[in-house]
Ligand binder design. Structure first.
Ligand code: SF4
Length: 473
């Protein structure tokens, strides 16, 4: 049964006790508030932020919550762990505006659109704005607007969410908020100005006061140009590293709350402190030593393992000896992706097959079990290329590695968004199953093959750069 709550015409603003005007919808118009008597624009609108809180996207959501926390943006904040709980928070809120935040990856876009419809059916009124953020919304704002969201957040969300809450409170036009795509009267996604990419120290990785702890993001953006990867598109083509002082502060917060395990978010662990292709091992050591210093004696540091990985050419004896001195993980994740030099070159990986072999051998020699990522079905991959990947996977498994198998997905925002996935024959599938049955491989490659089909359909329905407009705001 939908809960439809219209805001009474004569309802006063709780912040300034002044009768407030009805607020228009999400569109390109202002949030609809007239200035206070005397022409001032003091805040007078209550804002409630409801987050559709899912395990798959907690890191990104925690970064937004942290940004709101340190900015001092005044808003009531609630987390909905299911569509029903999300709707219940919306219905229960008495705020003048309810901003509902959604974040998802491209393969989940359709499932999230179905959830959005459920939430709207359960609780909806003119106070509510649904905002989609994350990499899919950034790459395909028109798709998310057509799928039912009122707005899309483009790029990194921290400064956008702070500005958006402020605009809703103060009644300034949403066109003035950077990093949004708003639906105009024709249903077209119209972009506001771009949000700035700030240094990583500008905001914490997670909200300390709300005690949502997690891995510390030490590096954002990536200088490499792998054609299947959304990271450089979303976060820029250079590394932004968090300072050691900022990392120390995060570890202190965690230790104060009795947490003893520290993990990191980074596109390539051993690139910490470096701007180029070579690791800056002094910077890595400074980081790891600082984290150890802040932790209690029984504290543990996990580096180069989930949720991050290392590039194969960075796995050297020197680097492994350094990790052994500091880390608690017994495994490291190495991105190999293919056993074909031609495919690695076409994918823009910046390394060949031999560094992968060397990395696995060196890691094993230094007591790490390598988990090695492979992607099958990359564009242009021939039967011979797939055979080379399967042969390399078996060889690495014999050395002691576990193979993490993926299927190529044409992800929005990447150079290979419109590329045709290579055919994966039954024989390759059987071989992957055989490796998995032996305990040498794991992964969701079958599910990803289904996602790939849907992503290709969306890409065809939304030709690149179609119907893109920018507001004058
Ligand atoms: S796959 Fe890894 S190294 Fe390549 S662009 Fe993405 S994050 Fe960077």
């Amino acid at each position: 049964m939908p809960v439809v709550r219209a805001r009474p015409e004569a309802e006063g603003c709780r912040a300034c006790l002044r009768a407030g005007p009805a607020i228009s919808g999400a569109g390109v118009a202002s949030a609809g508030r007239s200035p206070h008597p005397g022409g001032t624009t003091l805040p007078c609108v209550d804002v409630c932020v409801v987050v559709r809180y899912r395990k798959a996207v907690t890191y990104g959501v925690h970064a937004l919550l942290a940004a709101l926390e340190v900015s001092g943006a005044e808003c009531d904040l609630r987390l909905g762990t299911t569509p029903e709980e999300t709707a219940a928070h919306i219905a229960a809120s008495e705020a003048d505006r309810v901003l509902v935040l959604w974040s998802f990856y491209s393969p989940d876009a359709d499932a999230m659109a179905a959830e959005l419809a459920t939430v709207r059916a359960l609780a909806d009124d003119e106070r509510v704005l649904h905002l989609a953020g994350g990499v899919h919304a950034t790459a395909e704002p028109q798709h998310v607007i057509d799928s039912g969201w009122d707005m899309a957040a483009i790029g990194e969300g921290e400064s956008t969410i702070i500005a958006l809450v402020a605009a809703l409170r103060e009644g300034t036009p949403l066109t003035s908020v950077p990093g949004l795509a708003l639906r105009d009267d024709d249903g077209v996604a119209v972009r506001t100005g771009p949000a700035r990419q700030l240094p990583l120290d500008a905001f914490p990785s997670f909200p300390n006061r709300r005690r949502h702890f997690g891995p510390i993001e030490i590096t954002r953006g990536c200088r490499y140009t792998c054609r299947f990867c959304q990271t450089p598109f979303m976060f820029g083509g250079r590394f932004r590293h968090r300072s050691v002082a900022s990392v120390r502060e995060h570890v202190r917060w965690m230790a104060e709350h009795g947490l003893r395990d520290v993990r990191f978010i980074t596109p390539t662990s051993l690139s910490y402190g470096s701007q180029g292709p070579d690791p800056a091992l002094d910077a890595v050591e400074e980081l790891l030593a600082a984290v150890k210093e802040e932790l209690p004696p029984h504290g543990r540091v996990f580096f180069g393992s989930f949720p991050s990985e290392v590039r194969p050419e960075h796995v050297t004896p020197e680097a492994m000896r350094l990790l052994k001195r500091y880390v608690a993980n017994d495994n490291i994740i190495i991105g190999a992706q293919s056993g074909s030099d031609e495919i690695l070159a076409a994918a823009g990986r910046g390394h060949g097959v031999q560094p992968v072999r060397d990395a696995v051998r060196i890691a094993v020699e230094h007591g790490f079990r390598p988990n090695v990522d492979f992607i099958f079905g990359m564009p242009g991959e021939s039967a011979r290329d797939q055979e080379a990947s399967l042969k390399l996977a078996a060889e690495l498994a014999d050395l002691g590695a576990r193979i993490h198998t993926h299927t190529f997905m044409p992800l929005p925002g990447t150079p290979w968004r419109d590329a045709e996935p290579a055919f994966i024959p039954l024989s390759t599938m059987r071989e992957l199953d055989r490796l998995a049955q032996r305990g040498d491989a794991y992964g969701h490659w079958r599910k990803q093959a289904e996602h790939a089909v849907r992503l290709a359909e969306t890409a065809k329905a939304y030709p690149r750069r179609a119907r893109r407009r920018r507001t004058g705001g």
